[in-house]
Design a binder for this molecule. Structure first.
Ligand code: SF4
Length: 488
């Protein structure tokens, strides 16, 4: 059995040392967090992109770039948390609160299967009205009707709330998580998506993710999933109040836990069929529409953001952020104590530009040397930036989007079908290939007339469409009735 060995670090080299970047691209060296931060801050955009592209080509070759056909199903928008970046959540008694009934979910899966889809990504708000039986019945119902569909469902914050709602046996969070996850796995859960990662640093997370689990609980959930042999993904939502060092710290935690997972399963990052580790990392910039955080002024929009006339001052997020995720060695400061140190923290957002997105994604490819897939985020950045992202370290264009409710509530409107995704990949210089959840190839679309994109005669019907917004399907009274028989 192969033993997974870590590439060496060379902390004495600067981030712009061409030999270092070449070695990282070849998988022969690893960036330190300090080098990662320096690269994110100041490497020229194209140098960062070239190195990330070289690394991607080492792992994924020069020819194929992938996509998957899956469907996002947001089974409920009722949520106990109040994330300030979220426009999706509702209180249970809001007029547009909803919980899908199971038949509606089966109908959605049937529509997915009809277009050749292989996976559902099912996530919701954290709804205390739904007992464990509701989830296990749903999973069994999906698997009995659609045995070939991969169920990628329930992000770590949902699992942490399941522990609160279901009160499972166990004398530690890990034991309780394991109890719940085993039951969901046995009912049909195949893998765990990395939603709710946001930014791991406590001072940022506490400010934007009100009522949502902390980083330790998030990472523990994924550790349990890995130890049960499941694939997971990791995510990061950036471009709000965080500093650049917070982004690198976030990636660093993912990298450290991935090292442990790979050591546990004794495989390398290229082992596409090996169980129990992070299979992909996807990052995207914060979308502001309809969100409380989005109403916070932009950094640079107010006079006080200028330290000297005409000159932008330091961003408060950068003044606080440290690579170890603490503030001066502490990670338990209250919001008030944080504000005593940097009063402007959280009072401005620094929205990401396209280049900031591309820089961050390119760094993720280089820094996360132990993660197989880096996904392009066209859902938030738009199809053409997503296409450019294929030259900045991304190997995967994600999913044909039949439906999305969470990010689209915050203003995103991009919705692409298979033909458009294939064309974007081909126009970027690659051959599109449909993959499954384990990144095995299902179909490679060589340049033949029957390829999804090359078969199109009229592109007018294939433009990006506004995403679907889920209408209430179950009356609130029916949702409340689901509490009857709740599993304790
Ligand atoms: S982001 Fe998720 S956990 Fe946070 S409020 Fe929205 S639905 Fe709830």
């Amino acid at each position: 059995m192969a033993i997974y060995t870590l590439p060496p670090e060379h902390p004495h080299l600067s981030a712009d040392d061409p030999g270092l970047l070449d070695a990282v691209a070849a998988g022969a060296a690893r960036l330190t967090p300090e080098q990662g931060l320096a690269a994110l801050r100041s490497l020229p955009l194209h140098d960062l992109g070239r190195a990330a592209d070289a690394r991607c080509r080492v792992l994924h070759g020069d020819e194929l770039r992938t996509y998957v056909i899956d469907r996002n199903i947001n089974y409920t928008n009722v949520c106990t948390a109040r994330c300030t970046f979220c426009a999706f959540r509702r209180d249970a008694d809001d007029h547009d609160a909803y919980t899908l009934d199971k038949q509606a979910i089966y109908d959605k899966v049937a529509e997915l299967v009809a277009i050749g889809g292989t996976q559902i990504l099912m996530q919701g708000g954290m709804n205390p009205a739904l007992p464990l039986d509701w989830y296990t019945d749903l999973l069994r119902g999906i698997k009995s009707r659609f045995p070939g569909v991969h169920v990628h469902a329930f992000s770590p914050p949902e699992f942490i709330e399941f522990v609160q709602f279901f009160d499972p046996p166990g004398d530690s969070l890990e034991a309780k998580l394991r109890w719940v996850m085993v039951r969901l796995r046995d009912a049909g859960l195949d893998s765990v998506p990395g939603g709710g990662g946001e930014i791991f640093s406590h001072h940022v997370r506490r400010k934007i993710g009100l009522g949502k689990c902390d980083a330790e609980a998030w990472l523990m959930t994924m550790y349990v999933a890995h130890s049960l042999g499941m694939f997971t993904s990791a995510t990061m939502m950036f471009g709000h109040i965080e500093g650049l060092a917070d982004r690198v710290h976030h990636m660093w935690l993912v990298r450290q836990w991935q090292d442990r997972a790979l050591a546990m399963s004794d495989v390398g990052p290229r082992g596409s069929c090996a169980p129990g580790h992070y299979k992909a990392f996807i990052s995207w910039p914060f979308q502001r529409e309809n969100t409380p955080l989005g109403r916070v002024p932009d950094f640079g929009a107010r006079e006080e953001d200028f330290a000297a006339p005409g000159r932008l001052g330091d961003f408060a997020g950068d003044m606080l952020a440290e690579l170890n995720g603490t503030i001066c060695g502490e990670n338990s400061l209250t919001n008030e104590q944080v504000l005593e140190r940097v009063p402007a923290f959280g009072r401005r957002v620094r929205m990401s530009s396209a280049t900031d997105y591309l820089r961050t994604q390119a760094l993720s490819r280089l820094f996360l040397d132990n993660i197989y897939s880096i996904g392009a985020s066209w859902v938030t950045m738009g199809p053409h930036i997503g296409q450019v992202a294929l030259a900045f370290g991304a190997n995967d264009m994600g999913s044909v989007m039949m439906e999305e409710n969470v990010v689209s509530s915050a203003g995103t409107t991009y919705c692409l079908d298979e033909a458009v995704l294939c064309r974007l990949i081909r126009d970027a210089g690659f051959t599109p290939a449909q993959r499954n959840n384990t990144y095995d190839l299902i179909r490679v679309h060589a340049a033949t007339p029957d390829a999804p994109d090359l078969a199109v005669k009229d592109w007018s019907a294939h433009r990006a469409r506004r995403m679907h917004q889920q209408a209430p399907l179950v009356p609130k009274a029916a949702t409340a009735a689901l509490t009857v028989g709740a599993t304790k």
